[in-house]
Design a protein around this ligand. Structure first.
Ligand code: ADP
Ligand code: MG
Length: 228
């Protein structure tokens, strides 16, 4: 069974009062099995972030069905939506959004504080250490984000995205603000997580080099999604 299934998904944003609505895309279909990786490329403004936000239940489509792990996420209500995001989905963005006043270790643990899991503190902190070591930050637990390089901050945000052991990682231009060496290292980490933890990956990118390392490459353009 696919872990992710979009069927005839359309999105139109209401225009400002009296203004034209913004039609972003129509009748998008997408299917991914657990453990697969996919890149989404396409021009700026084509709706890539909008699509990722729909998959992550940050926004709702105008029409269509989005099944994640066999469940229609559009039927989730209030707390269920928050729990779904917290437990099933990990997000990484172009900018890390780490809390500046917190240490790296504290930042990683933040998503586990939402109360959707009943895991023991010790289990979480053990997992945080092991994730931080997987992304090469074992020696930086007590540093604050300002004391890390851009690449290190982005790797910390990968560890944060995984603290609740999500099934799907959604990444919106995760290497967009990184130089080549740091970009390569980040992609290498994402692919290793994909292989070793069977983590399903959806990565939006402007880099064809990054895209081509994913199992499937899709292009969003002119309101439609097509396989490249
Ligand atoms: P991409 O990530 O591919 O650059 P986006 O998904 O951010 O594109 O945006 C797609 C289109 O939808 C753009 O035309 C953008 O202006 C529009 N858009 C995005 N969010 C909103 C919103 N909340 N309200 C109105 N229009 C929006
Ligand atoms: Mg975008």
């Amino acid at each position: 069974m696919p872990i992710l299934q979009l069927s005839k998904v359309s999105k139109t944003f209401d225009g400002p009062e009296g203004g034209q609505p913004v039609r972003v895309f129509e009748d998008i279909n997408l299917e991914l099995n657990e453990g697969q990786s996919a890149a989404i490329v396409g021009p700026s403004g084509s709706g890539k972030s909008t699509l990722l936000n729909l998959i992550g239940a940050l926004d709702k489509p105008t029409s269509g069905i989005i099944n994640v792990d066999g469940k229609n996420i559009l039927e989730l209500k209030g707390q269920e939506t928050a729990a779904f995001r917290n437990q099933t989905i990990g997000f990484i963005f172009q900018l890390h959004h780490l809390l500046p006043q917190c240490t790296v270790m504290e930042n990683i643990i933040v998503p586990s504080l939402a109360g959707h899991t009943r895991e023991h503190k010790g289990v979480i902190s053990h997992r945080a250490r092991s994730l931080l070591s997987e992304v090469g930050l074992a020696q930086r637990l007590q540093h604050r984000p300002a004391e890390l390089s851009g690449g290190e901050r982005q790797r910390a945000s990968v560890a944060r995205a995984l603290i609740n052991q999500p099934r799907i990682l959604l990444a919106d231009e995760p290497t967009g603000a990184l130089d080549k060496a740091n970009s390569d290292r980040l992609v290498e980490i994402l692919l290793k997580l994909n292989r070793e933890k069977n983590l399903t990956l959806v990565v939006i990118t402007h880099s064809l080099e990054v895209a081509q390392q994913m199992e499937h490459v899709y292009r969003l353009d002119d309101g439609t999604l097509s396989r490249m």
